[in-house]
Design a protein around this ligand. Structure first.
Ligand SMILES: Cc1cc2nc3c(=O)[nH]c(=O)nc-3n(C[C@H](O)[C@H](O)[C@H](O)COP(=O)(O)OP(=O)(O)OC[C@H]3O[C@@H](n4cnc5c(N)ncnc54)[C@H](O)[C@@H]3O)c2cc1C
Length: 377
C-alpha cells in the first residue's frame, strides 16, 4: 500500500481521533445502542468522509487505501462508528461517483464529503442473498417514475439523508430489469419504518425504508435504465473490501486485548494462549495480504471480483475466530462487559453476513475460478 504524505497525515489524525475519542465511547455506544452523532460530526471535520471523494466534488481526492485504512483504524475501537462513513462513502458515494450523471455527482458528493449520511437500500424481506428477487417497482409516469416497495435491514436508515434504492423497471428481464435511483429523505412517500435491535454494531441504525408512491424524475436514475444489478455487484466489489477492513480492525482490537490484558493477568506465557495467539496472527496476516491485494487491483483499475470475495471471506471468518479465541484466552474476564473483548466478538459476526454472506462469497470464488479454468496466483 503506497500512501502519500498527505494521506499519511490524515491517517495520523484518524488514529488520534480513534484512540482519544472513540475508544472511551465504544462501550457506552454499544450498551445504549445510541448513534454516535458527535463522533460522526468530528469524522466529517477531520476528513474521514472526504478522503476518497475527488477534489472537484469537495473531497480530498485521496486513494481508496486512505478510506479503507481509516475504516480499519476506527474499527479497532468501535465497529459501529467505522461502519457509518464506510456505508456512506463506499455504498452510496462510490456508485454515484462511478455511474452517476454530473448533476447527481454535484448534488450528492460534496455533501457526503462534509459528513452527510447516505445508505444503500437493496435488501427486502424476501430478497437478501437473491438481490435480483426484489419486489419494489419503478413504473414509468411522464418524465419520471413512481416507486413502490419496502426495503429492510438498511444500515444508516435512521439518519441517512439520501438513499440509493433498487427497483424493478422491466420485470420480464429478471436481473437485467433492475434500476437504481437516488432518493432524498424528504421526498414525498419515502419513510423510515421499524428499527431493528441487534447483537452487535448497535450504534448503527438498521431500519426498514418504505416507498409509497415516491415520485422521482428520470434525472435521479444512477447509471442506465436496467443497469442496476450490474452496478450493485460492482459496488459490492468495493464494499466488500470495506467489510474486510472492518473485520481486520476488529481482529486487531481483539489481539491488542489479548496482549494487554493477558499480560496484566499473567496468562500470555501459557502454551495454550501462545498457540492461539500464533494462530490469530497467522489468520490476520492472510486477511491483510488479501485486503492489500484487492485494494491494489481497484486502484489499478483491474477486476477485483475474486479478490474482494476472498478478502471478505478470509477477514470475516478470521474475525469471528480471532475474537472468539480472544474471549477464551482471557476467560471469565472477557465475558464481562468491563472489557471490550465480548463486544468485539458480537461485532465480528456481522462481517460474515452483510454485503453478501460468506456462503455467497464462496459461490463467487468458485464461479470465478471455474470461469478462468483454475487459480492463476
Ligand atoms: C446489521 C445488518 C445490516 C445490513 N445492512 C444492509 C444495507 O445497508 N443495505 C442492504 O441492502 N442490505 C443490508 N443488510 C442485508 C444483508 O445484506 C443481508 O442480510 C444478506 O445479504 C443476506 O441476506 P438474508 O439475510 O436475507 O439471508 P438469506 O439470503 O435468506 O440467506 C439465509 C442463509 O442461506 C444462505 N444462502 C442463501 N442463498 C444461498 C445460495 N444461493 N447458496 C448457498 N447459500 C445460500 C445464506 O448464506 C445464509 O446462510 C444488512 C443486514 C444486517 C444483518
Amino acid at each position: 500500500m503506497n500512501l502519500g504524505i498527505p494521506e499519511q497525515e490524515i491517517l495520523k489524525r484518524v488514529e488520534n481521533f480513534a484512540s482519544s475519542k472513540v475508544r472511551d465511547r465504544a462501550s457506552e455506544i454499544d450498551e445504549s445502542s445510541s448513534f454516535p452523532t458527535d463522533l460522526i460530526d468530528e469524522m466529517g471535520r477531520i476528513g474521514v468522509f472526504s478522503t476518497y471523494i475527488p477534489k472537484e466534488y469537495g473531497g480530498l481526492g485521496f486513494s481508496l487505501s486512505a478510506l479503507m485504512e481509516s475504516i480499519r483504524i476506527i474499527s479497532r475501537e468501535c465497529a459501529s462508528t467505522s461502519l457509518i462513513p464506510d456505508v456512506t462513502v463506499s455504498l452510496f458515494g462510490e456508485p454515484i461517483l462511478k455511474y452517476g450523471s454530473e448533476p447527481l455527482k454535484k448534488k450528492y458528493l460534496s455533501r457526503i464529503a462534509r459528513g452527510t449520511i447516505g445508505a444503500l437500500a437493496i435488501t427486502e424481506p424476501g430478497a437478501g442473498s437473491d438481490a435480483a428477487g426484489i419486489k419494489t417497482t419503478a413504473i414509468r409516469k411522464g418524465d419520471g417514475y413512481i416507486i413502490n416497495g419496502g426495503k429492510t435491514f438498511i444500515t444508516n436508515g435512521g439518519e441517512a439523508k439520501f438513499f440509493l434504492a433498487s427497483a424493478v423497471t422491466s420485470p420480464e428481464k429478471k436481473h437485467h430489469g433492475i434500476t437504481l435511483f437516488a432518493l432524498d429523505k424528504e421526498m414525498s412517500g419515502l419513510s423510515v419504518g421499524n428499527e431493528f435491535k441487534k447483537m452487535g454494531i448497535r450504534g448503527t441504525s438498521t431500519t426498514e425504508v418504505l416507498m409509497d408512491d415516491v415520485e422521482v424524475g428520470e434525472e435521479q436514475m444512477v447509471g442506465e435504465l436496467n443497469e442496476g444489478f450490474k452496478i450493485e455487484m460492482d459496488t459490492l466489489n468495493v464494499g466488500r473490501i470495506g467489510i474486510a477492513s472492518q473485520a481486520i480492525g476488529i481482529s486487531e482490537g481483539a489481539i491488542r486485548d489479548v496482549i494487554n490484558y493477558g499480560n496484566d493477568f499473567k496468562i500470555n506465557r501459557k502454551e495454550g494462549a501462545m498457540f492461539k495467539l500464533a494462530d490469530m496472527i497467522n489468520m490476520l496476516h492472510s486477511s491483510v495480504s488479501k485486503y492489500n491485494e484487492s485494494i491494489g487491483l481497484v486502484e489499478a483499475g483491474r477486476d477485483t471480483t475474486l479478490l474482494s470475495s476472498l478478502s471478505k471471506l478470509q477477514a470475516g471468518d478470521s474475525a469471528v475466530k480471532i475474537t472468539s479465541d480472544a474471549v477464551e484466552i482471557l476467560g471469565h474476564r472477557a465475558m464481562s462487559q468491563e472489557y471490550p473483548t465480548e463486544r468485539r466478538y458480537r461485532e465480528a459476526k456481522i462481517t460474515q453476513i452483510y454485503e453478501g454472506t460468506n456462503e455467497i462469497q464462496r459461490l463467487i470464488i468458485a464461479r470465478e475460478i471455474l470461469k478462468i479454468g483454475g487459480p492463476k496466483f
